[in-house]
Structure formats: C-alpha cells, structure tokens
Ligand binder design. Structure first.
Ligand code: R5P
Length: 294
C-alpha cells in the first residue's frame, strides 16, 4: 500500500523558491510543443546554440555527386564529427549505421533532376516514413520567383502541417532558380516567407553584403548552405562571417566531403561555429589534420 502511506503532511514543496520558467534558447521556439522543442534541441547544441549539419542529400537530384559516390566510404567516417546528418531516406537506410546517435534532418522532396527544371519538386516522403526513421526534422526546397514557386511553397506548407501534427520541425531550404540574383534582398524575401509560413528552421545561402539583415529579418534560426567547393580558408571565412552576422549554424556538404581532408575540415568548421574561432586559427586545425595524413 505504498500509495496510501505516501499521503501525509510534511512534504517539502520548497514553497519559498519560485518555480523557474525557462525560455528556449532557440530563436522562435518558445511557443512550440515539447516534442518539437526536444527535436530542435538535438539539432542546436546546448553550449553554443549553434549547429554543424553535414549535408549529403545531393544525390536526390544529382545522382552520384562528386565526393558522394560511396556514402559508406565518404560520410560514415565523418559521423562522429557532425551534430546532424542531413540526407535522403535512401542514403540513410543504405549506409548510415543505426547506432550513429546523430539527429537526422530528412530530405523529403524530390521529383526532378539536374536534367530538368529544379523548382519542379514534389513532397517525396510520407510523414509516416519520416517518423519511422526517427527524423529530428524534415526538409524541402522553396524556389521563390522560379517557375514552380507556388508548387514548392505548397510542398513546404504540406511538410509543416504534417510535421506540426507529430512534433517534427520543418527546415525550409531556399533554393535559387537559374536566373535569380543571389543577394540579401532575395534571401531576405525568401527566408522571411519560409518563416512566416511556419518553417522552424530556414536554410539560406550566405551573401557578402547585407547578410546580417537577412538574419535579423528571419524570426527562426538560419543555417547556411556551403555551396560549391571553395578553398578551405574561404569556406571557413564564409562560416565565420555567417555566424558573426547571426546565423545559427551551417548545413555544409561539398566544402567538407570534397575537401582533401574532410575530417580536418569539419573539425575546423566546428571550431568556428561552436567556438567562435577566427578562420586564421581554425585553418590550423585543418592543416595539421591534413599533415597527419601523410
Ligand atoms: C542540395 O543539394 C542540398 O540541399 C544540399 O544539402 C545543400 O546544397 C548543402 O550542400 P552544399 O554545402 O554542398 O551546398
């Protein structure tokens, strides 16, 4: 009869201590339900509030992209160094060990290829399958100003509504149509539209001029795509400036897995994103890891 024995006076309710109300450290997350906040907390790290996502979803429209011909060989060794795996369900199931313990941001769009119109996407993963692989977030592209703008926004709405139903956040990726200007005005427009529609994370490209305004105008965390392969120092400078101007992290692919020392590069990126390290110091991490290869 333990339950009845427990009903007595004299318990310590510490009535003199006000109950602490904790605000979420993640931008825009305060009003979200517990499961949604829990998943976002697995993506954005407690100490810095930032994230290093490793993007290797390129195959969903590029096929065997350079550096991703063998996900088992190129990506598996990087798993211990990333905060998040950003990938397709096919790549995940075929090559990522189930004991990796890393949250997955699941690519949930598809339906086009490098040979056709990129903005002509559809939702290509059912929410049940996202739950089945324990996704921490789901993601699709939006193509503001492109031929299939409306359809890509409809895809985003569908992901957000189904994600909200199950407490799974949605990351909107601002894809850029072939003839779009890649400037702060464009990304300010695109990222804000995504956040207003309800995306809990927005991915943008970094721009040299005015990126701080893009971040300031977006009420949810922005992570930057790495874009095409740059010299390592330039990629670290880009990451540094992005964080310094308000980004909450990177979702970087080619600048890591196409590097001649991917582990050294992702460690250097981590130093910038989580430690606020200057690129001139962070490059030393990459350089010494590269030197150790020989
Ligand atoms: C497009 O292929 C995907 O959304 C990538 O995940 C995204 O572009 C980030 O990868 P990268 O840093 O290579 O641009």
């Amino acid at each position: 009869m333990a339950d009845l024995d427990d009903v007595k006076e004299g318990k310590n309710f510490a009535a003199e201590i006000p109950m602490e109300v904790r605000a979420s450290a993640i931008r825009g997350a305060n009003a979200l339900d517990w499961g949604m906040q829990d998943r976002l907390s697995r993506i954005f790290q407690a100490g810095s509030g930032h994230t290093v996502m490793l993007a290797f979803d390129h195959g969903y429209f590029q096929g065997p992209a350079t550096g991703l011909e063998r996900l088992d060989l190129s990506i598996r060794p990087l798993i211990p160094y990333t905060d998040v795996l950003m990938c397709t369900r096919g790549g995940l199931r075929a090559t990522i060990p189930t004991d990796s313990r890393k949250p997955v941001v699941l690519r949930c769009s598809g339906g086009m290829s490098v040979l056709t119109e990129l903005s002509n996407e559809l939702v290509a993963v059912d929410i049940e399958d996202a739950i089945r692989v324990n996704a921490a977030a789901i993601t699709t592209n939006v193509y503001i100003g492109a031929e299939y703008e409306h359809q890509s926004l409809a895809n985003l709405v569908k992901l957000i509504d189904t994600g909200n139903r199950y407490g799974i956040p949605t990351m909107a990726v601002t894809g850029v149509g072939k003839n779009m200007a890649r400037d702060a005005r464009y990304f300010g427009l695109a990222t804000r539209i995504c956040a207003e529609i309800g995306a809990q994370i927005v991915k943008s490209y970094f721009v040299d001029d005015g990126f701080e305004k893009v971040c300031a105008g977006c009420p949810v965390p922005i992570v930057i795509a790495g874009g095409k392969k740059l010299p390592e120092m330039e990629a670290l400078q880009m990451a540094y400036h992005a964080i310094d101007q308000g980004a909450a992290g990177v979702d970087m692919g080619r600048n890591i897995f196409q590097s001649d020392c991917p582990i050294g590069m992702i460690e250097a990126v981590r130093a910038v994103v989580h430690g606020g390290e200057k690129p001139e110091k962070a490059i030393e991490i990459y350089s010494s890891a590269k030197a150790a290869l020989h």
